[in-house]
Design a protein around this ligand. Sequence first.
Ligand SMILES: Cc1cc2nc3c(=O)[nH]c(=O)nc-3n(C[C@H](O)[C@H](O)[C@H](O)COP(=O)(O)OP(=O)(O)OC[C@H]3O[C@@H](n4cnc5c(N)ncnc54)[C@H](O)[C@@H]3O)c2cc1C
Length: 348
Amino acid sequence: MRVAILGAGFAGLSVAYFLIHYKKGAVSIDLYDPEPIGGGVSGLSSGLLHTYPGREARSSWRAEYCLKDTHRLITVASQGVDQSVIISKGILRPALTELQQTAFKACSEKHSDTEWWDQKRCVDEVPGLYLPEQSGGLYIKDGLTIDVQTYLQGLWQSLAKFGVQHHQSAMIKKSDLERYDQVLVAMGPTSKNIPSLENLPLTPIKGQILELEWPEGAVPPKMSLISNKHLVMSRDQKRCIVGATFERDFDSTQADQEKAASEILPNITSFFPALEKAKILDCRAGFRAGTQSHLPLVGQASEKLYFFTGLGSKGLLYHAWVGKRMARAMISKSIAHLPSDIRYTLSF
Ligand SMILES: Cc1cc2nc3c(=O)[nH]c(=O)nc-3n(C[C@H](O)[C@H](O)[C@H](O)COP(=O)(O)OP(=O)(O)OC[C@H]3O[C@@H](n4cnc5c(N)ncnc54)[C@H](O)[C@@H]3O)c2cc1C
């Protein structure tokens, strides 16, 4: 079975891994991407992995299955680079508003993998955190922060051992695609550039992050913090990433530091004041593939053309489990393997 995968982000690499896993020795995979591994949006993401996103920390779609398969790929990636790809364990969500307090407390009462920490506990665990006295935070015990560049490199190394080829070039010509038995489009929001996929209900959502120099004397938090915006330490603890913007209307695809700073920093410094004067080292922008349901989008566009996109803000959480289902669908040539609530039907 000859497979071409267009896009070497979380989605494309995950499907490649599961195809190899199920069809070892009986599948050859060519991975096409104009960027090097880690050069796309997946490599720019902040690496947050947890199942209680959003303002109300509601448990995400198929949380348990998704988390389990992402953990599996984290192990594969760590073996691929012979080092852990995990930066930190546990995630704290400081509650800055009454709505967050109510929602986060309710979450902790419902889900045993979370705890409500009062203000004192939060500040003891994360020196430098500012919270009003009556407030607190939601501690997500199995939340992880992943070093996404190392993760992508690790997955890639594991795939390369099985003969997967990476071609650093954009979409191949229609005539080239004929050489393959199956083709997967996993190009994030640009999946719509493929002629038969132009009607996919995808919205590009611009996201920007700032890289800040860690201020001298401030204690680096031992876990990532997410209120409305997030704060993630670098491995060397000399820098941190704060993000992200969520822009549906944008004039430019380029990073806009002024805009990013005005949207991100007020929220971050309201719970971590030591960052008020931190030097901005860089500003980066990328595009999420948004869907109306906030769920991934998978399906088949012709006998041999499949698509996997719409990972939105939760690429790390969704890519492995959905990628596994996509690999099964491609092998069996049956979209029945794709979860019906994220399957998008295109007539062909
Ligand atoms: C600022 C920001 C922060 C984020 N933080 C997090 C986070 O903390 N946790 C989390 O889970 N998610 C996060 N996300 C979301 C996450 O990055 C995405 O969900 C995920 O990267 C999507 O993966 P993908 O493989 O579908 O797409 P992409 O990573 O966009 O990969 C698509 C690939 O297709 C390639 N491509 C484009 N055109 C072609 C072509 N013609 N032929 C071949 N290849 C092509 C691109 O170069 C790209 O590498 C964040 C997103 C942003 C923007």
